[in-house]
Design a protein. Structure first.
Length: 255
């Protein structure tokens, strides 16, 4: 077959037409649309663009958009804030050392899980006590995103905190962090690229849960636009679809 020329038709908005040069025959008509988020096993989803508040206002409760009711709250005198133009014109939640100290028990009954987060840290490497990102749920060691040497330490759904290493991704820019915790399998990815993996892993589903702080010692400074939790480790295809959804939505320019 000769070369295929792909054109767009103003008369068929949202479609691509592939025709053979020198012929009026349409070979392929394929719709183009934004990637959709896989919903099978979606446990919780917190999106800054679902918060209907004024820019700069305090966020007392961040509602779960999955429909499962895992709303998170802050009961301190100071709160995370909404920034309506946080990431490429879309809202994000601003953390200045004040975190959501109540996260419902969304891990009960799970044997594995996977998380995706669109975020940007203030400092890379970390500075002082501004480094703790979350406890989902808490284990015996603090998280650091990143530590003062640029290394990321995380403990998502694991009994033993993992030393992930120093990612090549600049954590002061918007990016996607993705972690998978399963029996004998823990994987951490930055913008879809694996930085760390190990078979030495035991899944943890109990303990305190905090978003925006690694402990009372290490609170976090930065922005989170979206956090997604699944009740299982995703297939490669499912994971790709989540990345496509996040990349399209936030114009991250990921490969």
């Amino acid at each position: 077959m000769s070369d295929i020329l792909q054109i767009s038709s103003a008369d068929l908005t949202g479609f691509n037409l592939c025709i053979q040069p020198g012929s009026s025959n349409v070979i392929v008509i394929s719709p183009t649309q934004a990637a959709s988020l896989p919903t099978a096993g979606l446990r919780a989803q917190w999106k800054a663009d679902s918060i209907e508040q004024a820019s700069g206002s305090n966020i007392i409760q961040w509602d779960d958009s999955s429909g499962n009711g895992y709303h998170i709250t802050c009961s301190f005198g100071n709160f995370p804030r909404l920034e309506t133009s946080g990431v490429n014109g879309k809202p994000a939640v601003r953390f200045d050392g004040f975190y959501f100290n109540y996260v419902p028990d969304l891990f009960s009954g799970l044997t594995e899980g996977e998380a995706f987060m669109v975020l940007k840290a203030d400092n890379d490497p970390g500075v002082g006590t501004t480094m703790g990102l979350w406890e989902f749920p808490r284990n015996d060691d603090n998280t650091a995103y990143p530590y003062t040497d640029g290394v990321v330490y995380d403990g998502f759904m694991t009994t033993a905190r993992k030393t992930l290493g120093n990612p090549s991704t600049d954590l002061e820019t918007w990016h996607v962090y993705n972690s998978t915790s399963q029996a004998s399998n823990y994987v951490a990815r930055f913008n879809g690229t694996v930085l760390f993996s190990t078979a030495a892993n035991t899944v943890k589903t109990t303990g305190a849960r905090i978003l925006g702080g690694g402990s009372s010692i290490y609170a976090w400074y930065g922005y989170i636009a979206e956090l997604i939790i699944y009740d299982h480790g995703l297939t490669a295809g499912e994971r790709t679809n989540v990345h496509l959804y996040l990349n399209d939505k936030y114009a991250l320019g990921l490969p």
